[in-house]
Design a protein around this ligand. Structure first.
Ligand code: NAI
Length: 261
C-alpha cells in the first residue's frame, strides 16, 4: 500500500518504538514522509528507511533529555511525540510487590509526564502533537492487573490534564485505548489455542488487532485530520467496551433450537 505524505518534513519520536504497536507506528510515520526516532531500551531487529534508533530508558530523566537533544540536533524540530512505551504486570494484590508497582508506574505513567515536559518547548515551536498509548485497561478493570489498570487509568486522565495545559501553547494531546493487540506483550496470554479462544470469545469482532490497525488510529490523531481533537480518549478494541458482558442471546437461542430440532 502506498500512502500520501501526510507527515512529509515532520520529525517524530516514538517511545517503545522497537517492537509491537510502536514499531508499526514508526513504519507508518516513515512511510508517510516523517523522520522518526525509535526511542527504546532495546534496539529494533530491523530499521525502516527514515528512522533512527536512540537507546532510551523512559524512566531516566537524563536519557529523555538526551533523546530530545538528539532529535533537535538531527532535525532541528520535533512535531510528534508518541508516548507508547509500556509494560504489563500480572499479579493480584497479595502477590504484588511495591517494586513492581513502582516499575509499572515509572514506565507506563511517570514517563509520559517526563517525555512530554521535555518535548514541550520543541512541540510548542512546531504546533506539534502528543499521542499517548493508554489501554481499555485504563477504563475498566482486569483480574490480577491492578498496577496496570491504575497506571493506564492515570494515563487516560493525565491526557486530559495535559491537553488543557498545552492548549494555549498550540499543542494537541490525545490518547488511544487499544484492546487486545497481537504483540509480544499479548502473545504470552494467547499463545495456547485454548487461551486464545477464551480471549477471542470475549471480543465482539472475534479477534485481536494487528499492530498496524493501532498505528492507523495513532497516526490519525497525530495528523492534521484530527486538528480539532484534543483531550480525546479514542478506543480501538474490536467492540469489547461496547458490550455489557451479558451472553449473546440470539446465538444461545439458535443453539437451543438446534439441540431440540
Ligand atoms: P511490546 O512489549 O511489544 O513493546 C513495548 C516496547 O516498549 C518494547 O520495544 C520495549 O523494549 C519498550 N520499553 C519497555 N520499557 C521501556 C523503557 N523503560 N524505556 C523505553 N522503552 C521501553 O508492547 P506493545 O503491545 O506494543 O505495547 C505498546 C503500548 O501499548 C504499551 O503502552 C501497552 O501498555 C499498550 N497496550 C498494549 C496492548 C496489547 O494488547 N498489546 C493493549 C492495550 C495497550
Amino acid at each position: 500500500m502506498t500512502f500520501t505524505g501526510r507527515f512529509a518534513g515532520k520529525a517524530a519520536i516514538v517511545t517503545g518504538g522497537a517492537n509491537g504497536i510502536g514499531a508499526a507506528v514508526v513504519a507508518r510515520l516513515a512511510s508517510e514522509g516523517a523522520h522518526v526516532m525509535v526511542a527504546d531500551v532495546n534496539e529494533p531487529a530491523s530499521m525502516v528507511e527514515g528512522a533512527v534508533f536512540q537507546r532510551t530508558d523512559v524512566t531516566s530523566s537524563d536519557g529523555i533529555a538526551a533523546m530530545i537533544a538528539a532529535a533537535r540536533e538531527r532535525w532541528g524540530r520535533i512535531d510528534i511525540l508518541v508516548n507508547n512505551a509500556g509494560v504489563g504486570a500480572l499479579a493480584d494484590i497479595a502477590d504484588m510487590e511495591a517494586d513492581l508497582w513502582d516499575k509499572v508506574f515509572a514506565i507506563n505513567t511517570r514517563a509520559i509526564f517526563l517525555c512530554s515536559k521535555a518535548a514541550l518547548p520543541a512541540l510548542e515551536e512546531s504546533s506539534g502533537v502528543i499521542v499517548n498509548v493508554a489501554s481499555i485497561s485504563g477504563l475498566f478493570a482486569d483480574f490480577a492487573m491492578g498496577a496496570y489498570n491504575a497506571s493506564k487509568a492515570a494515563v487516560v486522565n493525565y491526557t486530559r490534564s495535559l491537553a488543557l495545559d498545552c492548549v494555549s501553547r498550540g499543542v494537541r494531546v490525545n490518547a488511544v485505548c487499544p484492546g487486545l493487540v497481537e504483540t509480544e506483550m499479548a502473545k504470552r496470554a494467547i499463545a495456547d489455542p485454548i487461551d486464545r479462544e477464551f480471549w477471542f470469545d470475549r471480543i465482539p469482532m472475534g479477534r485481536a488487532a494487528q499492530p498496524e490497525e493501532l498505528a492507523g488510529v495513532i497516526t490519525f490523531l497525530a495528523s492534521e485530520d484530527a486538528s480539532y481533537m484534543t483531550g480525546s480518549i479514542v478506543v480501538a478494541d474490536g467492540g469489547i467496551t461496547a458490550h455489557t458482558g451479558q451472553p449473546n442471546a440470539p446465538i444461545r437461542q439458535k443453539l437451543r433450537a438446534s439441540r431440540q430440532g
